[in-house]
Ligand binder design. Structure first.
Ligand code: ACO
Length: 391
């Protein structure tokens, strides 16, 4: 007999089964609640509700722990490549050499995007926000991949393989095109794709100039691997939940992912990375008075929030923010960049972490607080940051 809880209501007692997770965390299984008691639950913002059982990511917000399939995020970010981590998240185990090679080759095979999509990219105004461009292009893929309009293939793991490699092959092309369009570069594929790692190929597709070889910079490859690993999965957050909800109606692969991209765009979620950097810049231009902005964030009459601070589930330092902060330092140092924005970030963090307003509410830097500093050093403009998160 498993554990159970009892609900006493209106003179009756209802048993509620307790399910136990991988780390002995307990949850009430209320799936029969309405049927048995006529009651439903009200949980604004789903703070107490899981919509499925999942063995992918473990997160303890109080202790600041994040694990993918049992591996700590710190270990994966320091030792693995993004493609290995993607494989781990999807299939449950790290790949051996052959498995990784096959996965990569299958992704390359599926990275073709119909040339007509370029016409759509060209039709967007130059100032279009790349997140809007990306979600539209992702949705447009439904027209060019009619087989993926229905989600019938989710019936088996084998059938899911194709959509997985398709998404991993095509989305980077769309992202590179959104970036190239913004920069006025012609839309093209990289050459010699097979000799490049997944991340090297993304960098080449984004940054290669016409008629010039693109020389890989190992510092950029390493840091992009890290960022992609740190953003690869985060339980049932706003964008992931959106993809699941849209997909549950069998709306189709690209339509569901496009909806998730739109959810990610919001500044309280993935859009925070752009908002953070714009906030740092605004503070710099306003004379660098960080305390003034801390005070604004605390003022309940002022709608300003300290962007990149606070999190739905982390009530401790977001472990990803720690890794990104170190990576930001190291990339600026290696590339010989002296960016005053990093000093503003560090000063804001220092002041907030000793201020009772932030301490009492357990508000710490989140994954987005330092990521923009890195993207900026890589030569990526701020409205592309959330696109990199989507990647
Ligand atoms: N600056 C100032 N005050 C804040 C901040 C902040 N960044 N975040 C939360 N608070 C305050 C709220 O005003 C509230 O105060 P009150 O109790 O006096 O009313 C209290 O802290 C709790 O805030 P909630 O909004 O209830 O916390 P919630 O868990 O719902 O929100 C969220 C989390 C949306 C991330 C919030 O902290 C926020 O807006 N942060 C800034 C945006 C941001 O960085 N988002 C990225 C998150 S990471 C990601 O999605 C990838």
């Amino acid at each position: 007999m498993g554990k159970k809880a009892e609900l006493h209501y209106d003179g009756e007692v209802f048993d509620i089964p307790v399910v136990t997770g991988a780390e002995n965390e307990n949850a009430l299984d209320i799936s029969k609640l309405r049927e048995e008691s006529g009651l439903i639950t009200l949980d604004r913002g789903f703070k107490n509700t899981g919509s499925t059982a999942s063995a992918i990511t473990f997160l303890n917000g109080e202790q600041g722990i994040l694990r993918y399939r049992g591996y700590s995020i710190e270990e994966l970010a320091s030792k693995a490549t993004f493609l290995e981590v993607a494989y781990l998240l999807i299939f449950g185990e790290l790949p051996n050499k052959e498995e990784l090679e096959k996965f990569h080759n299958d992704i390359i095979e599926q990275s073709f995007v119909n040339d007509d999509v370029k016409k759509i990219v060209d039709a967007f105004p130059g100032a279009a926000h790349p997140m809007g461009v990306l979600s539209s292009l992702t949705s447009a893929l439904t027209a060019f991949n009619p087989d993926d309009v229905s989600l019938d293939y989710t019936r088996s793991k084998e059938e899911m393989y194709n959509p997985i490699v398709k998404v991993m092959g095509k989305i980077p092309v769309l992202i590179a095109w959104a970036f190239r369009k913004k920069n006025g570069f012609p839309l093209e594929y990289s050459s010699k794709t097979k000799n490049l790692s997944y991340v090297e190929n993304i960098l080449q597709m984004m940054f290669k100039r016409p008629n010039k070889d693109y020389i890989q910079n190992p510092v950029l490859v390493n840091v992009l691997n890290k960022l992609l690993i740190l953003h690869a999965d985060h339980e049932q957050n706003c964008s992931t939940s959106t993809v699941r909800i849209v997909g549950s109606a069998h709306a189709g692969l690209f339509a569901s992912i496009s909806a998730g991209i739109s959810a990610l765009w919001g500044p309280l979620h993935g859009g925070a990375n752009q908002a953070v950097l714009e906030m740092f810049n605004a503070i710099k231009e306003d004379g660098g008075d960080t305390q003034k902005y801390i005070n604004k964030a605390k003022d309940k009459e002022d709608p300003f929030r300290l962007m990149g601070f606070g999190h739905r589930v982390y009530k401790n330092y977001d472990p990803r923010a720690k890794i990104i902060k170190e990576a930001a330092h190291s990339i600026l140092e290696t590339l010989g960049i002296d960016d005053p924005v990093l000093d503003i970030a560090k000063e804001l963090e220092k002041q907030a972490l000793k201020d009772s307003y932030f301490v009492e509410r357990k508000l710490y830097p989140n994954v987005d607080f330092y990521s923009g500093v890195i993207y900026r050093a890589m030569g990526i403009p701020s409205d592309m940051y959330t696109v990199m998160f989507a990647l």
